[in-house]
Ligand binder design. Structure first.
Ligand code: KE4
Length: 436
């Protein structure tokens, strides 16, 4: 095990002043065991911890770093913006440019409002859907995560599942009562709720590619089925593309699966590593947003000059790098097939789900993982061992079975080969130690 003395020291220090020593629960390594690494620098496909240990990074800051860390044009844009002042609390050209870029990438977005996080984006989109429809209820899916807004911490995925608190204390009964939960990839479970409450469901919010119970692709008819049902019952269809947006395709999952939502939420990639979220969609709905409409939403640092500079540079790079998504797909397929082969070669039951450059290796004897129930059959102990053994060998996978691994543009085929080879060695060691 590499020396992680400095991380141990800093974690002990952090725990004295920060709950759990982290500012977001999934970073705590709770489900995989061990002490979270304190990262000092990151460049390209690698991160380096305080003790100087270098890791091939598949967390990618949980999705934003699609270009790789410290991508030159993004770093330069942030530095240049800093010279002009950090924040004005007034409109800027950069906000117009980022809004125009988002709308050009995602045609269903006619108007877009910038916020500071994915959570703010989904909270705002739900409030807007409620204001537009004058209805109260929302349907979400078991295992999907839409940030930590009260309405969404019901059967939530990501850290809520990882830590075993899919329904968080502090969410009032009244709020919870307005959130109905259906089963991912199960249209019947949705229609039952719509039939039960035909006139009171404001919206259905869905991760069009689920990433927060591990990666689960939509079944063939699922997204179009949601589109048809929301049209039939007059509910707003919200695609939460905070993770899938600009990741699985330039136009996100709605381009990949050719289904047009009414509203879309964004985050991660559109900030290039700085805090940016956004929600947008149909003009008739977005016209309800203050100050032109009555639905209130605000933010001191929304559209911040540094964050918008990073977001613009990121989207511009994605748009100008030749065959950007083809390159991502090539390495992602290589990783998918390599990990599948490593598991089968060593008799490890697994299901590997991938959409574009986001994927999850589920350690399960199930033949498929298509919903939250399937995902929770996984051997999280085995995943924890796999994670830690890979980490010891310089490969930083997602520190939870219920998260996605991300391939960035900076990952090379040599990096993928190293990852697959290391996975084979780790699984060999795990299986031979189990046989003893
Ligand atoms: P943020 O508030 O963390 O920017 O975004 C919330 C969010 C909303 N919607 C989806 C589909 C998301 O995946 C997220 C955040 N994703 C998690 C990782 N699964 C962020 C990591 C964390 O919580 O630290």
């Amino acid at each position: 095990m590499s020396n992680i003395e400095r991380s141990l020291q800093e974690f002990s220090r952090a725990c004295k002043k920060i709950p759990g020593g982290v500012n977001s629960p999934v970073r705590a390594f709770k489900s995989v065991g061990g002490v979270p690494l304190f990262i000092q620098t990151a460049k390209g496909a690698h991160v380096t911890d305080l003790d100087g240990n270098r890791y091939l990074d598949y967390v990618g800051s949980w999705g934003p770093m699609i270009l790789g860390h410290s991508y030159e044009s993004v770093t330069t844009a942030i530095c240049d913006a800093t010279q002009k002042g950090a924040s004005f609390g007034a409109p800027t050209e950069a906000e117009c440019e980022l809004a125009e870029l988002i709308c050009s990438f995602v045609p269903s977005v006619e108007l877009v409002r910038l916020v500071n996080s994915g959570t703010e984006a989904t909270m705002s989109a739900l409030r807007l859907a409620r204001g537009f429809t004058k209805r109260d209820r929302v349907i979400k899916f078991e295992g999907c995560y839409h940030g930590h807004g009260d309405s969404f911490l019901i059967s939530a995925g990501s850290g809520a599942t990882t830590l075993g608190v899919p329904n968080s204390p502090g969410v009032t009964a009244g709020t919870a009562a307005d959130t109905l939960v259906a089963k991912y990839n199960d249209l019947e479970s949705v229609e039952v709720l719509l039939q039960k409450y035909p006139d009171s469901i404001a919206a259905i919010i869905v991760e069009p590619v689920a990433g927060n119970m591990g990666v689960i692709p939509p079944a063939d008819d699922f997204l179009q089925g949601l589109r048809d049902l929301t049209h039939k019952y007059g509910a707003v269809l919200i695609f939460d593309e905070v993770m899938s947006g600009f990741r699985v395709a330039k136009g996100g999952a709605q381009e990949l699966y050719s289904v047009r939502p009414d509203l879309t939420t964004f985050g991660k990639v559109i900030g290039g590593g700085l805090p940016v979220g956004a929600y947008g969609g149909r003009k008739d709905i977005m016209d309800m947003v203050a100050p032109i409409g009555p639905v209130y939403q605000a933010g001191t640092l929304a559209g911040n000059p540094l964050a918008t500079a990073a977001g613009i540079a990121t989207l511009r790079a994605i748009d100008t790098i030749p065959d950007f998504y083809t390159a991502l797909e090539k390495n992602a397929v290589m990783l998918e097939k390599g990990l599948q082969r490593a598991c089968s070669d060593h008799g490890i039951d697994s299901v590997l789900n991938r959409v574009g450059s986001m994927m999850t290796a589920f350690f399960t004897s199930n033949s498929t993982v298509q919903n939250y129930t399937d995902a929770t059959t996984c051997d999280t102990q085995l995943y924890g061992r796999f994670f830690n053994e890979m980490l010891k060998r310089g490969i930083y996978m997602a520190p939870s079975q219920f998260e996605a691994a991300f391939v960035s543009y900076a990952h090379t085929s040599e990096n993928i080969e190293t990852t697959v080879k290391t996975a084979g060695m780790v699984l060999e060691e795990i299986t031979s130690s189990q046989l003893k």
